[in-house]
Ligand binder design. Structure first.
Ligand SMILES: [Zn+2]
Ligand SMILES: [Zn+2]
Ligand SMILES: [Zn+2]
Length: 137
């Protein structure tokens, strides 16, 4: 099933590279429909991580999200930017500027898993009182 696999890879890559958005495995699944099964998607995403094509972050909702890399080579990812998850529309984005946390002398940061959740510009503009805002659980 080499051709199907290749096709799935291309589809996943297309949906990831056409935005700054990060996708969870379920979001990729939704975008692709039933054409590709879960296990294949997961395997492809992991492969992309190892190849330096996408990076993985774990959200404040404990889900894994995958977003495109810009200058990564191989499996060494050095992303020091925050990710933003919108509580209104559910989208997850890479928030660009690199962060350089002040670490104690002699320490070197390699992995950075910054995550912020809140409301994106579009959801914020809808004003208070819409969506799931501040509803106690
Ligand atoms: Zn990367
Ligand atoms: Zn939003
Ligand atoms: Zn990112």
């Amino acid at each position: 099933m080499q051709t199907r696999n290749t096709q799935a890879k291309k589809m996943i890559l297309d949906s990831l590279t056409h935005s700054k958005q990060a996708f969870s495995q379920e979001m990729v699944q939704q975008a692709l429909g039933d054409q590709v099964d879960r296990a294949t998607i997961y395997r492809i995403l992991n492969r992309f991580c190892e190849e330096g094509i996408v990076h993985r972050v774990v959200g404040d909702d404990a889900k894994q999200y995958f977003a495109c890399c810009i200058h990564c080579q191989g499996k060494i990812h050095r992303h020091h930017h925050f990710h933003f998850r919108c509580l209104g529309c559910g989208k997850v984005e890479c928030i660009s500027p690199e962060i350089h946390p002040a670490l104690p002398r002699g320490y070197e940061g390699v992995h950075f898993n910054g995550f912020i959740s809140g409301y994106c510009a579009a959801c914020h503009d809808k004003g208070p009182g819409t969506g799931e805002r501040t509803r106690p659980s």
